[in-house]
Ligand binder design. Structure first.
Ligand SMILES: [Mn+2]
Length: 374
């Protein structure tokens, strides 16, 4: 018995650092990855697909987002089971009950709207553990397990969403206790737990039967292994879980060590080496001692890179750099009249170590770039 486990599609996600056209590509990629999930299901002969929560980024979505998602789902050649998660909890205001979703939902797409046993074939029963509010007051998995009837099919698979108590998450009454799940698995009553919420592909515990699929398209910098779906093979007494790469976007947070006189070259070289720039979002910070000129050249290099990358974020307040006011660096600029006066004023401010030193440095860097502009 082979099926696909995925989660956290986050359809409709917006990112503030993306320009409108990049946002459109980012959104389009999330629809496309649904089609790729369908292609993996076809190529690998999977019987069905489970999506373990956060199918949608929010319950408040435009009709185009919902329409395009359902259109992409239409292309998946096997049944798809969608679990409402914390971003898209099931209820009267949910996307799943909206007129658009209900009228356009293809017949092979099903919402796991309640915690009950759903026979999906002679061999397989699914148990969805949907979220019905953003803040459940209890461990939904534990409650579901306590009320489960005995297994009827050969295999039983649970589809759930949330964090475990042991994984260093902030306390919440909704945290999942691992032990009753592991007891069911040890007893041979539960063969796989398809989890969502962590956006990195992660095995939980050592039974080999509890996995977070991770988001099939990356959503943030802190994800260590996003971009996969899992092909799950169940056979009597055995399991095999195979991650398959489907993602096309990447987030990279990088701190670069820089040196005076070489900072821009270091930054340029690093940026140049990043592959697939148009689908890569970078957050770049610097560490080291640089000059005002370096600083200006670095920002100019980053401005150039912004033409190629989906986004380059520069949270300069996270830099660990000491900026040396190296006035000589400006000697290659032809400054005259008020420019010269401005330069002298700013350089004095940058060298004064006052509370506004950062402002003077920024202004000097800007002056340098303007002074070099054609
Ligand atoms: Mn999520």
């Amino acid at each position: 018995m082979r099926f696909i486990h995925t989660s956290d599609w986050q359809l409709g996600m917006t990112r503030h650092f993306l320009d409108p056209d990049d946002q459109a590509r980012f959104s389009g990629a999330r629809d496309e990855v649904v089609r790729r999930v369908g292609a993996v299901a076809r190529e690998r002969g999977a019987a069905f697909v489970v999506v373990a929560g956060d199918v949608f980024e929010t319950n408040v979505l435009g009709p185009r987002t919902v329409g395009r998602a359902l259109d992409a789902l239409r292309a998946v050649p096997v049944p798809v089971y969608l679990l409402p998660g914390n971003h898209d909890p099931y209820g009267p205001g949910s996307v799943y009950q909206s007129a658009g979703f209900r009228s356009q939902c293809p017949p092979h797409v099903h919402v796991l709207a309640e915690s009950s046993v759903l026979p999906v074939s002679d061999e397989m029963e699914l148990i969805g553990v949907p979220w019905t509010s953003k803040r459940p007051a209890e461990d939904l998995v534990a409650r579901c397990l306590a009320e489960l009837p005995s297994r009827q099919a050969r295999y039983r698979v649970m589809v759930a969403h949330g964090q475990f108590e042991s994984m260093g998450s902030q306390f919440s009454p909704a945290l999942i206790d691992r032990s009753p799940l592991e007891a069911e698995i040890q007893a041979g009553q539960l063969h796989y737990v398809a989890l969502g919420d962590r956006h990195s592909t992660t095995a939980v515990g050592d039974t080999g039967r509890m996995w977070y699929a991770g988001a099939p398209e990356a959503t943030d910098y802190d994800e260590v292994d996003a971009g996969n779906v899992l092909v799950v093979d169940l056979s009597p007494g055995d399991i095999r879980v195979t991650p398959v790469r489907v993602g096309t976007w990447r987030f990279i947070a990088q701190m670069l060590d820089v040196r005076q006189g070489e900072a821009a070259a270091i930054v340029r070289a690093w940026l140049a080496a990043v592959p697939a720039k148009s689908t890569t979002i970078v957050r770049l910070t610097l560490r080291g001692t640089i000059g005002v000129l370096d600083r200006a050249q670095v920002e100019a290099a980053i401005d150039e890179a912004r033409q190629l990358f989906a986004a380059v974020e520069r949270p300069t307040h996270h830099d660990e750099v000491a900026v040396v006011p190296d006035g000589g660096a400006f000697s290659d600029l032809t400054l005259s009249g008020f420019q010269r006066q401005a330069f002298e004023h700013l350089m004095a401010g940058a060298q004064a170590h006052g509370p506004d030193v950062q402002v003077y440095q920024d202004a000097l860097a800007l002056l340098y770039r303007l002074g070099r502009a054609p």
